[in-house]
Design a protein around this ligand. Structure first.
Ligand SMILES: Cc1ncc(COP(=O)(O)O)c(C=O)c1O
Length: 495
């Protein structure tokens, strides 16, 4: 007879008390593999419980791997596998995940920099993060829109959504793009989890391992690892103050087959440069002539708060060479992970089928919420508020840098967006030493090497004003200029 003691007054149900005690007997080897358990009827009688209580306990022990059961026969104790512990407690025989990684995963990881944000504290002057200032995220509008969307559409929003995206949102994005002179139909829009996802989809759709592509040098820091993931050959085209050097690009495309070019014509990340109209037209002409796809990353299209910005390349794309990437990350919320691709229908149709196999679709509740924000004038009002704030902030940044930067520092004042790029000419110090000197004063910036394909002739770094208000920008940049003056051996300002 098995010694089990159950207590009807105990708060745990009777069947669980049976499970726990039988499992303890097996774990402690008091019951061994092959030992027979009493028949359910017999154990029920012994414990004074209903037979179904014992049957339920045996069923669970079977599911937990403690016992075997044969139809109409006795249950016996099983040789139980030990349960796995956390993967943190590695042993010598543990599966070697590091070795299992694919070549492209290893190369991608090698190229990814870890954001300094891990060790950030609130006393630091953070000009490194390129997240929208949390104070500018319209939390209440977003909350209400999610709420209204679910109240209005209920379970329809909790199904699988269409792979190309929620049609009303595609329609409103097409309408919004008309403000930027881009004429597309809703069918030419595919909703993505942000522009980063859009880039990955486009590269998956269009490139084969080893294909040659061109990018601006420097370029967006997370596009570089993505090209490693796709095992592409990357040619960097130097940036001039008017856009990428098209003479270098033209020579390159005469010499070899280039599949596509990735460009950020507005408020380029990291340099803040806006490609001028003439450059945009010539780039498009060259790509049409040589059958090259243009990926136009318009991550900051809405941040034209100074006015004077040329129209997107997509607005001039009569031959259908341009794939336009948009996002709500830099104006609404990066955490919602909502963006889109605008491209000719054959490209969007192929992408829609393809995307289905990759991740099915984007979340419907968030798409429906953004639709509501776009539908009312909430979005327009919010953009105007952002423009007022960042026009002031960028003007303050430009004025502070003009008044305080050492003459040796080269930069192009941006005509919108959030980013400023400084090149420290004639300085006998490494990028590492310069960044360390700034960090000692609590100033965080992004080192230029994160963005570069070829090494820079002089140390550079990126300043992002996306998180800072006007006073923080003035005080932070004055301090930054003083550090640079010290590094150049110039007497710093007193105030
Ligand atoms: C140039 C550029 N493109 C794309 C992205 C990624 O945007 P999303 O959040 O929409 O994926 C960023 C983010 O900083 C960016 O700077």
């Amino acid at each position: 007879m098995i010694l089990i003691d159950i207590n009807p007054k105990n708060k745990n149900p009777l069947y669980q008390q049976i499970i726990r005690q039988l499992a303890a007997l097996i774990d402690s080897n008091s019951l061994r593999p092959g030992d027979r358990l009493p028949a359910t009827r017999q154990l029920a009688r012994q414990l004074g419980v209903h037979r179904s209580t014992v049957v339920r306990a045996y069923d669970e022990l079977l599911a937990l791997g403690y016992i075997h059961s044969q139809q109409g026969g006795y249950s016996t104790v099983r040789q139980k596998q030990k349960l796995a512990t956390s993967s943190k407690q590695h042993s010598k025989t543990y599966f070697r995940w590091e070795e299992a990684l694919s070549q492209s995963a290893k190369q991608t990881i090698d190229k990814i920099w870890t954001p300094g944000s891990i060790n950030k504290n609130k006393h630091q002057l953070d000009f490194e993060s390129f997240d929208l200032d949390q104070r500018m995220i319209p939390v209440e509008t977003i909350r209400k829109s999610i709420n209204h969307a679910l109240c209005d559409e209920g379970a329809d929003l909790l199904k699988y959504g269409p792979s190309a995206g929620y049609y009303p949102l595609r329609k409103l994005i097409a309408r919004r793009l008309a403000v930027h002179a881009i004429k597309v139909l809703p069918e030419e829009i595919l909703i993505t989890h942000g522009a980063q996802h859009g880039m990955d989809l486009v590269l998956r759709l269009l490139t084969n391992t080893g294909d040659a592509i061109t990018i601006e040098d420097p370029t967006y820091g997370l596009f570089l690892p993505l090209t490693a993931a796709h095992r592409l050959k990357v040619h960097g085209i130097p940036m001039l103050s008017t856009g990428m050097d098209l003479d270098v690009f033209e020579k390159l495309i005469h010499d070899q087959h280039i599949k596509l070019i990735y460009t950020m014509p507005n408020f380029h990340n990291p340099t803040g440069i806006t490609t001028d109209q003439h450059h945009r037209e010539r780039l498009l002409e060259l790509c049409v002539k040589h059958n090259i796809v243009i990926i136009e990353d318009a991550f900051d299209e809405e941040m034209k708060y100074f006015g004077r910005v040329p129209l997107p390349i997509k607005s001039m794309d009569r031959q259908g060479n341009v794939i336009y990437l948009g996002t709500f990350s830099k104006v609404l919320s990066p955490g919602m992970r909502m963006g889109w691709i605008a491209a000719p229908t054959p490209c969007i149709d192929a992408m829609t089928y393809f995307r289905r196999a990759l991740d099915l679709s984007s979340p419907l509740p968030l798409q429906a919420a953004i639709t509501r924000i776009l539908r009312r004038d909430d979005f327009e009002k919010h953009i105007q508020r952002l423009h007022r704030a960042f026009r002031q902030r960028m003007l303050a940044a430009i004025k502070t840098l003009r008044q305080n930067l050492p003459a040796q520092v080269q930069w192009t004042p941006p005509s919108g967006g959030y980013l400023i790029w400084l090149t420290l000419v004639d300085i006998p110090l490494t990028e590492h030493r310069i960044i360390a000197a700034l960090n000692r004063e609590g100033i965080l910036v992004s080192p230029g090497s994160r963005f570069s394909v070829n090494s820079n002739p002089w140390p550079c770094f990126r300043i992002s004003i996306s998180q800072r208000d006007k006073d923080e920008i003035i005080n932070g940049l004055k301090l930054l200029c003083n550090v640079l003056k010290q590094l150049y051996g110039i007497a710093p300002n007193k105030d």
